[in-house]
Design a protein around this ligand. Structure first.
Ligand code: NAD
Length: 434
């Protein structure tokens, strides 16, 4: 179970077939879109090099005695990509495949995302290469506290503010805040995505999924798609996927397929996503879910007849070997880097409208910003206020990006990266960094 960190661990070419993930790394995906934007914006090479590389990369050793009585040595990472627009901000991921290359890519993505939605943060990301889903709560707590002890020097409410990501949640954030507080005194603004009982924000847990739904609605309006009884397939049923599914179902859409790491389930009549979520939170699996729905292979899941496809699992899940299977009118990227550049071209060729990650899943960081503001003010907003402000920011970002895409005749992704990179370059110039 001990993690062995590797800087660059290229995936074997046949892994796409075996695991459903692409051989293209997250870093290659994010770099591809940055390079394209830098070229279109005619950034000088030296400026592009500053924008592309990380400001600081920290790697730490996390030895923890697990319930088997042995010490397991995991690796923890925190990458601060760019802080020109404000304190570094980005989630913490627990997954056996986490490595420096992935964290670096996700940190850069946060820089562009915070700039695109125009919240005053830079970009960062962190992670530990532990098999979180196989660990006990006490083991997760030990890993989290040890990780915080080792990275606290580069964090701070005005320096770098972590948040949840894959396999981390409000409980993990509570441990992080508590551990930081032992060294620095009570500091709720050190992390976002905390429990409500510990100065978390109303609406934060649902925020990324809710933001995805705003983007589904904006894009549907643009491509003239009615959302009444519209069929939706969702890959990943964790925080992002399950909230997006439940809100879309509440709003009259039909969630016809769901895939998790365990497999997939489909029903043309629509799945009861509320019951499925309840089943999941009680520790149930797709296999023993008794509600409506038939088991489906990965291939069947991807080729489900639907209008909207929402990837909300891991990076590189839609790639050149499977992009052709998608039958939808639009893909709204809840996950980070779910689509490889090759797959993006295939989708464009098939007339599939794509709302890219850097805008589609920004709802989480927007409400993290609200949580941070509330913590600094020691004042709590009610949930309606949070949701109203979230909607305003998401709609404004979509408008900015879609108008730019229309005027330059490019995709939303190219336009979004241009907006993000341009804003970070401007802030860096004004500070005198470049
Ligand atoms: P999570 O851990 O809550 O859920 C992940 C889901 O993906 C689980 O249902 C898991 O079973 C599924 N999954 C894992 N491997 C899979 C596979 N091979 N095939 C199909 N499903 C698989 O994570 P989350 O917080 O919901 O994050 C999901 C994605 O959204 C990630 O890419 C994350 O970076 C991104 N994201 C999350 C947030 C947030 O606020 N949590 C914000 C922005 C972006």
């Amino acid at each position: 179970m001990s993690g062995t960190p590797t800087d660059k661990s290229p995936r074997p070419a046949n892994e796409a077939e075996r695991t459903g993930r692409a051989e293209v790394s997250n870093y290659e995906i994010v770099s591809h879109w940055f390079d394209l934007a830098a070229g279109r914006l005619e950034l000088a090479d030296d400026v592009a090099a500053v924008m592309k590389s990380s400001y600081r990369e920290v790697q730490v050793q996390i030895p923890v005695k697990l319930s088997d009585g042995k010490i397991h040595t995991f690796s923890g990472f925190r990458v601060q990509h760019n802080g020109a627009r404000g304190p570094y901000k980005g989630g913490i991921r627990y997954h056996p495949e986490v490595d420096l290359d992935e964290v670096r890519a996700l940190a850069a993505l946060m820089t562009w995302k915070t700039a695109i939605v125009n919240v005053p943060f830079g970009g960062a990301k962190g992670g530990v290469n532990c098999p979180a889903r196989d660990l006990e709560q006490s083991e997760l707590e030990a890993i989290t506290r040890s990780f915080m002890d080792k990275i606290e020097k580069v964090l701070g409410p005005t320096r770098d503010i972590p948040a949840p990501d894959v396999n981390t949640n409000a409980q993990v954030m509570a441990w992080m805040m508590d551990e930081y507080g032992k060294l620095h005194g009570h500091s709720p603004a050190i992390v976002t995505g905390k429990p409500i009982a510990l100065e978390g924000s109303y609406g934060r847990e649902a925020a990324t999924g809710r933001g995805v739904v705003h983007m589904v609605r904006s894009a549907a309006e643009q491509v003239d798609l009615s959302l009444d009884d519209c069929r939706v397939a969702i890959q990943g049923f964790g925080n992002v996927g399950s909230w997006a599914a439940r809100i879309l179902a509440e709003q009259g859409c039909r969630v016809v397929a769901v895939q998790t790491a365990e497999g997939a389930i489909r029903s043309d009549n629509g799945l009861d996503v509320g019951a499925l979520h309840q089943h999941h939170t009680e520790g149930g699996t797709l296999e023993d879910f008794e509600g409506e729905g038939e088991r489906a292979t990965d291939e069947d899941f991807l080729s489900t007849d639907c209008e909207v496809f929402i990837p909300a699992a891991l990076g590189g899940m839609i790639h050149k070997h499977n992009a052709d299977l998608l039958t939808c009118r639009m893909v709204v990227e809840g996950a980070n880097s779910p689509t490889t550049p090759d797959a993006d071209e295939i989708l464009a060729g098939n007339d599939v409208f794509v709302v890219p990650d850097v805008i589609a899943n920004a709802g989480g960081v927007v409400v993290s910003y609200f949580e941070w503001v509330q913590n600094l003010q020691h004042f709590r907003w009610d949930e309606d206020a949070v949701n109203h402000e979230l909607k305003t920011i998401m709609k404004r970002a979509y408008k900015t990006v879609s108008e730019r895409a229309a005027s330059e005749e490019v995709t939303l992704r190219v336009a979004a990266y241009e907006v993000g990179v341009e804003r970070v370059v401007e802030a860096s110039r004004m500070r005198g960094y470049i």
